[in-house]
Design a protein around this ligand. Sequence first.
Ligand code: PGA
Length: 241
Amino acid sequence: MRTPLVAANWKMNGSREFAEQFLAALDLEGVTAEVVVCPPFPYLAQVAEKVRGAVLGAQNLSKETSGAFTGEVSAAMLRDFDVRYVIVGHSERRSLYGEGDELVADKFFAAQREGLTPILCVGETLQEREAGQALSVIARQLQAVTGRASEDELQRVVIAYEPVWAIGTGKTASPEQAQEVHHFIREQLGAKGSGIRLLYGGSVKSGNAAELFAQPDIDGALVGGASLDADEFGKICRTAA
Ligand code: PGA
């Protein structure tokens, strides 16, 4: 039985005041899904202190453990703030910061070494989808991690399928399109696949969450834009049961 999971990815949005108001307004009463809030680094402590009914996630981490890496944040530092989950391989990191499959895998294992659960993002661009390459791109992104992971390491992972063309665009993959890819991902994961939570991400809102969550291989969502509205995010969480 996979417990649904809904994660808020605030990206580089918010402020101290925003976090304060969001946490005061977030009502997770009656929510059975596991809820994760991933604020920007400076607000981790504030969210850790005030959040009720959700756990803390981070949006990024360094592959290094410590030392002369200006501007980087290590997995151990995240642990210090009670962070449980960390997003790795988000398409914005891949495309805007040149993070390739190997670096994503290094970050994945750096997180796991500190006991954090990586939320590994995979997904194809519009060009790749139109060229019929969606599944092969996703297989490659997965293989970069699964090819290096032990059976045990593969137990502690959440995977988010985020078609790049659906992120922040208002275009959502249809439930059938998303299900097809989720099913493919589960098959790629082999015997362990049935226990791994697979999230969908890309313009998820309260209005489309139910039909996505109704798909057999969709176990929750990674929510960007709609996670900046506590009421809307709460509704999405309530839909996942
Ligand atoms: P979006 O972002 O919900 O704004 O499309 C999702 C994500 O990038 O994780």
